[in-house]
Design a protein around this ligand. Structure first.
Ligand code: NZQ
Ligand code: ZN
Length: 390
């Protein structure tokens, strides 16, 4: 088990009606905020009206940034920075899914930086300050509500990159599962695959002896499998929504990496190229590349991890041959992603062909994949992409 630092300063207000306390959290810190949201789902679920009245009741002025798209773009960050500077805003209240929150984090870090905000995505050491962020989460997936990451796309250069800084960890996040009841089956499926992938990216690390962390990861995986299916089939299942929501936060706040390391993440590096080139949904792209990555990394070295996964998560008979257990575990994962959650199985299903695969593989490998838990070259990534084609 490796040394680690675990620091999650975000205050979580979890459960029905917790948004009522948002004003009490923001008021002592800021009197003028940016209210950031996406394309209207927060209005349909009543969260926009609720937040506006809470801000007003607490004497907090606000300026709005709306229309933040999925896979948030650099342009929205630039617009948000302008609004914050012009209006001397002191904090950001982000209401929505990962895209809205990530965009808000990038804005908060870019306010104190004079150059192009994209520089901060290329070199995190340039981030020296950030204004406080408060979030009300409406989609369980990315875990951004409790971590220091923000993923931004630059469509001009076909790049999607992650900004990482402890300075952008939200001060406080409201997690009310009821706000996720309107999330579409497609987004539930993608979100569940995203949570699962965050766990996989670290679980298959070859670091031995991190039993606490592995046990937590296996429990979270079982939760995602059980409640992902329930939420997918029954939007009103509060217990399913609540468990998925908490799993999303814990899967990527450092808990499942404690003692195991794991960065940089392979499937995420490969998927970020897919969404940078084709603007596809992040979690769905992860589901497509994961089984091919599994087959690529399965070896004498890694088979033990696949056995633990197969036996402890899927209940596969431990007396079977280790490679048989591993292959069954991979098949179970595929069945869950593609039959239960009905996510696209192949790149062809998205209309993606070989055109950009070699470029994408080069770019993915440059995300440090030579240092991934199982190192990958650009050639390896290309093989994995090709294996996903059909
Ligand atoms: O734009 P609105 O109207 O809000 O609609 C959104 C959007 O169309 C909708 N939605 C959100 N909450 C809803 C809802 N629809 C109905 N009811 C609700 N309650 O869902 C659509 C997708 O939203 P989005 O925020 O894009 O989804 P998600 O939370 O999956 O975020 C994806 C982004 O996060 C990045 C991804 O790469 C992608 O850019 N990631 C961020 C990470 C992080 N910060 O740690 C880690 C992840 O690995 C990931 O890379
Ligand atoms: Zn992810």
């Amino acid at each position: 088990m490796n040394n680690f630092v675990f620091h999650t300063p975000t205050k979580i207000l979890f459960g029905k009606g917790q948004v009522e306390s948002l004003g009490k959290e923001v008021a002592p810190i800021a009197k003028k905020v940016l209210l950031a949201y996406g394309s209207g789902s927060v209005k349909k679920i009543g969260l926009y009206d609720k937040t506006v009245s809470i801000l007003k009741e607490n004497g907090i002025e606000f300026v709005e940034l709306s229309g933040i798209e999925p896979n948030p773009k650099l342009e929205s960050v630039v617009e948000g920075v302008k609004l914050c500077r012009e209006n001397k805003l002191q904090a950001i209240v982000a209401i929505g899914g990962g895209s809205v929150i990530d965009c808000s984090k990038a804005i908060s870090a870019a306010i104190g930086y004079d150059g192009n905000p994209w520089d901060l995505l290329l070199d995190g050491s340039l981030i020296t300050s950030a204004i406080p962020i408060f979030t009300v989460l409406t989609l369980s997936a990315t875990g951004t509500e409790m971590n220091g990451n923000a993923v931004i796309s630059n469509m001009q250069t076909n790049e999607k990159k992650a900004l990482k800084s402890p300075l952008v960890k939200p001060v406080c996040s409201v997690l009310d599962p009821e706000y996720t009841c309107t999330v579409s089956p497609w987004q539930i499926a993608s979100g569940t695959a995203d949570i699962i992938s965050h766990i996989f990216e670290v679980y298959f690390s070859l670091v031995e002896g991190a039993k606490v962390t592995d046990g937590i990861s296996e429990t979270l995986l079982k939760v995602c499998i059980e409640y992902g299916e329930k939420a997918y089939n029954n939007p009103d299942d509060y217990e399913a929504r609540a468990n998925l929501m908490w799993a999303s936060s814990l899967a990527i706040n450092g808990l499942t990496a404690a003692g195991k390391g794991g960065e940089p993440w392979s499937c995420h590096a490969m998927e970020h190229q897919l969404s940078a080139y084709y603007d596809i949904t992040h979690g769905a792209g992860l589901a497509t590349v994961t089984p091919s990555w599994f087959r690529f990394i399965l070896s004498d070295k890694t088979v033990g991890k696949f056995v633990s996964y197969g036996v402890n998560v899927w209940g596969i008979d431990p007396s079977l041959d280790p490679f048989e257990i591993a292959n069954k575990a991979i098949e179970k994962t595929e069945e869950f992603f593609f039959d239960v959650l009905k996510l696209p199985r192949t790149l062809k299903d998205y209309g993606i062909d070989e055109t950009h695969l070699a470029d994408m593989a080069e770019k993915a490998a440059m995300e440090g994949l030579d240092k991934a838990i199982i190192p990958l070259t650009a050639e390896d990534v290309l093989k994995i992409y090709k294996d996903c084609l059909e």
